[in-house]
Design a protein around this ligand. Sequence first.
Ligand code: KG4
Ligand code: ZN
Length: 346
Amino acid sequence: MGLGNEKDCYILAVETSCDETSAAVVKNGHEVLSNLISSQIETHKAFGGVVPEVASRKHVESITLMLEQALEQSGIRPEQLSAVAVTEGPGLVGALLVGVMAAKSLAFALDKPLIGTHHIAGHIYANRLMEPIKYPCLALVVSGGHTELVLMEREGHFRLIGRTRDDAVGEAYDKVARALGFPYPGGPYVDKLAAEAPEAAELPRVWLEPGSYDFSFSGLKSAVLNLVNQSRMRGEEPDPAKIARGFQESVVEVLVEKAIRAVRETGAVQLLLCGGVAANRGLRTALAARCESEQVPLSIPPLGYCTDNAAMIGAAAYLKWKHGEFSPLSMKAEPGLSLEAWSVGP
Ligand code: KG4
Ligand code: ZN
């Protein structure tokens, strides 16, 4: 398998931006040799959402074991590594810091280059873990913290052409789920309920001004909360399945329409879906059907690479490695790191 071949690149990647502690070894930017994930979801469930201080503490508890196991399972010796990569931002600053400190220590101790990596570049390049990406392409990023349309004219070059003006899709899912009585993170419950519902509640679609690629989900979220409150005020229990389906249909319709229009208007040759909400079955199915009828090639990562993981960080970091763009050991966690500024190459 060419282990130790100098032409091969082995990146040890770390991800701790939110509530998963993850470490992975990725070969040549697309072959996952190991990908360990320790989820804190059970801990945060009790609080109804991610508590930053708790997240940082949990990362500290798990990071060493994740790193050790990722290396061990990969069969790669530390000295064979080409670089150590870590999510530099965006994310929760305390959570990011744990990964950044661990990666810096390791890079220093092993005398390997350090690669600070953008979390969303990671989500996008999760698609590279399956097959090569064709350019120019468009990425629809849907996660707990982000909802963006990103145009990539060439590899590793990011241009934000649309973003949410308020809530991220995942955030809206989690808030709606909470109103319907589901634990955090509620996206998967709403997804399941929507799929089983015989009818859909009527809810608005927010398109914003004509031509805009931006999104807005807070009005839809408020409409759902109003529906729930109004039924309770009438002494009736709201129908969670009907609401879940209505909400999901509104979200999916807007995401699909805007993404397809952006593909057409930018001349992208491929659409990439990514981020935690890319695990949503309603969205996957609707986007796949629409892309097929429009003859737009679509790439969606398998479920395990949609939510936060370090393998995707290894895939994105490889772009920087190819250009010899490394980070200094003085690198800091950057909760507001810009994706466009992280673009690689000239
Ligand atoms: O990308 P991710 O793991 O973390 C962030 O970077 O934000 O995304 C987590 C988000 C949560 O809001 C979660 O509810 C949502 O992804 N999610 C889903 C589904 N699975 C995860 N939302 C809708 N349907 C799903 N099946
Ligand atoms: Zn994420």
